[in-house]
Design a protein around this ligand. Structure first.
Ligand code: GLN
Length: 456
C-alpha cells in the first residue's frame, strides 16, 4: 500500500487518480494485516485497488468526473465497494473517467483526461488510455494499484483495457450490483474488474459479484469460484468467428491479431467455426439511441437541488432558471448532447420511430447471440477495438460519430447483456498494446475467463 501511495504521488502526470485517499488506505491496510495475522485473510486481503469515480464511496468525493456533482460526498457505500472492503481490499483513491461514463477517450472528464502510460515507439506524444474507465486502465497499466474497478455500458471496461495492455471483463448484466454506482444507462451498465492478468480478474470478479436485494436487476445466483475454473483446458470448445465483425477498412494489424488469436485457441484444442450475427451493423445506432434515452432520464435528478452544483441566480430567476442554469453550467458538452438526443428520441412524436425501433433491434441482436449459442458455440472471438490507442485531441473536435465508432465491437455485448472480456494479445508496429475480445454465454464468466486464460 505504501509503495502504491508513493507511485501515485510520482505519477501525477498520468492524471489517473482524481481523489487520493492515503489515510483510508493505510487504515485499511493495517486492518488487513490484523486479519492476515489472525488467519482470516480473504482473497483480496490487503490488496491496494483504485475505484472509478462513478462508484459512491462513503464520505469520499464521488463526482462521476462531472462538475454537477461538485462537492458530493455520499452518505453510503456502493455494494461493490462494500464487498471489496469486506474482502479486505484497500482503497487508494478515486479514478479518472469520462464524465458520467460517456466517452471513449477520457477527454470529457471535468478533471481533464488521464494519460496512457504507453507511447508510440520513438514518440513522446501522449495517447488516450481509452474511456470511459481510462483512469482505471492507466493506473493498473502503470502499476499505481494492483487492480481497479471499472464500469462498462458500451465498452468502457474492454476498450481501455485493450488500449493499455490490461485485462478487463464486463460480466453478464445482473452479475454485479449497480447499487451505489452512478447510473448512465441502467439497462446496459455493469461493473467489472480491470487487472494485470486473467487470474487477477477471476479473483476480483468473485469478490465483486453476487445478489443484492438493493438492485432489483441483480441476479440471485450462486457466485462460482472463478479462479478454480482456470484450468487452461479448452479442448473441444467451439469458438465462433463472426463474419460481420470483419469490417471494411479494418487495419491489417487488427486482422493479423485476430488470426493469431484463432491460431492460439486452436493450438489449445478449441474448434474454430465461422458464424454469423446478422444484425451487428445495427448495434451502434441502436446503442446510441437507447443509451442516451436512458441517460436523459437518469440525469434528470441533477436539478441543482439534491446534489452538487447550483448556479448563482439573479433577481427575478425562478425555479426554471435555477434548473436551466445549474444544468447548463454543471454538465459538459458530451453529456448535454446525450441528454438532448435522449430527450428527442423519447419525445411523443419520435418515440416509435427511434426508441421503440432501437429496442426491437436490440431484441434481434440478442437473438443472434442466442441462436449461435444454441447451435453449440461456447465463446465468440473478435477484436476488442478497431485500432490501438489514439492520440489525445485527435478525435475531440471531429464528428462525434468518429468517437462512437470506437465502440463498434463492444456495444453488441451490452445490448445482449452478455459477458465479454478484453485480453491483451499483441502489439502493433509502433509497440502499442492490442486486445482481443471474447464473448461468452450468459452467467458463464468462469468458462469465459478460462478461455481468456488460454489466450493470455
Ligand atoms: N463509449 C461509449 C459511450 O460513450 C461507452 C461508454 C461506457 O461503456 N460507459 O457511451
Amino acid at each position: 500500500t505504501q509503495s502504491c501511495i508513493e507511485a501515485i504521488d510520482k505519477a501525477g502526470a498520468l492524471n489517473a487518480f482524481v481523489h487520493k485517499t492515503p489515510e483510508i488506505a493505510l487504515e485499511q491496510a493495517k486492518a488487513a494485516d490484523a486479519r492476515i495475522a489472525a488467519g482470516d485473510a480473504p482473497a483480496m486481503c490487503g490488496l491496494p485497488v483504485g475505484i472509478k469515480d462513478l462508484f459512491c464511496t462513503k464520505g469520499v468525493p464521488s463526482q462521476a468526473a462531472s462538475a454537477i456533482l461538485e462537492g458530493f460526498k455520499p452518505e453510503y457505500e456502493s455494494t461493490i465497494t462494500s464487498k471489496l472492503f469486506d474482502a479486505g481490499s484497500v482503497m487508494l483513491g478515486k479514478l479518472n473517467m469520462d464524465e458520467f461514463a460517456m466517452g471513449s477517450s477520457n477527454e470529457t472528464s471535468v478533471y481533464g483526461n488521464a494519460v496512457n502510460p504507453w507511447r508510440r515507439e520513438g514518440s513522446d506524444a501522449d495517447l488516450t488510455p481509452g474511456g470511459s474507465s481510462g483512469g482505471s486502465a492507466a493506473a493498473v497499466a502503470a502499476d499505481l494499484c494492483l487492480a481497479a474497478t471499472g464500469t462498462d455500458t458500451g465498452g468502457s471496461i474492454r476498450q481501455p483495457a485493450a488500449f493499455t495492455g490490461t485485462v478487463g471483463i464486463k460480466p453478464t448484466y445482473g452479475r454485479c450490483s449497480r447499487w451505489g454506482v452512478v447510473a448512465f444507462a441502467s439497462s446496459l451498465d455493469q461493473a467489472g474488474p480491470m487487472t494485470k492478468s486473467v487470474r487477477d480478474a477471476a479473483i476480483m470478479l468473485e469478490a465483486m459479484c453476487g445478489h443484492d436485494e438493493k438492485d432489483s436487476t441483480s441476479a440471485d445466483l450462486a457466485v462460482p469460484n472463478f479462479e478454480a475454473m482456470l484450468t487452461g483446458d479448452i479442448k473441444g470448445k467451439k469458438i465462433g468467428i463472426p463474419k460481420e465483425y470483419r469490417m471494411d477498412g479494418m487495419p491489417a494489424e487488427i486482422e493479423k491479431l485476430w488470426e493469431n488469436g484463432q491460431a492460439m485457441l486452436k493450438d489449445a484444442g478449441a474448434e474454430i467455426v465461422d458464424i454469423s450475427l446478422p444484425h451487428t451493423k445495427y448495434a451502434l445506432p441502436a446503442y446510441y439511441v437507447i443509451a442516451p434515452a436512458e441517460a436523459s432520464s437518469n440525469l434528470a435528478r441533477y436539478d441543482g437541488v439534491r446534489f452538487g452544483h447550483r448556479a448563482t441566480l439573479e433577481a427575478g430567476d425562478g425555479i426554471t432558471e435555477m434548473y436551466e442554469k445549474s444544468r447548463a453550467e454543471g454538465f459538459g458538452h458530451e453529456v448535454q448532447r446525450r441528454v438532448m438526443v435522449g430527450t428527442y428520441v423519447l419525445s411523443a412524436g419520435f418515440y416509435d420511430a427511434y426508441y421503440n425501433r432501437a429496442r426491437r433491434v436490440r431484441a434481434l441482436i440478442k437473438k443472434d447471440f442466442d441462436d449461435v449459442f444454441a447451435a453449440g458455440v461456447d465463446a465468440i472471438l473478435t477484436p476488442a477495438t478497431p485500432s490501438a490507442a489514439f492520440g489525445l485531441g485527435e478525435m475531440t473536435d471531429a464528428d462525434p460519430v468518429q468517437m462512437y465508432l470506437n465502440d463498434v465491437f463492444t456495444v453488441t455485448v451490452n445490448l445482449a447483456g452478455l459477458p465479454g472480456i478484453s485480453v491483451p494479445t499483441g502489439v502493433d508496429s509502433q509497440g502499442l498494446p492490442l486486445g482481443l475480445q471474447l464473448i461468452g454465454r450468459p452467467w458463464e464468466e468462469g468458462d469465459l475467463l478460462n478461455t481468456a486464460y488460454a489466450l493470455e
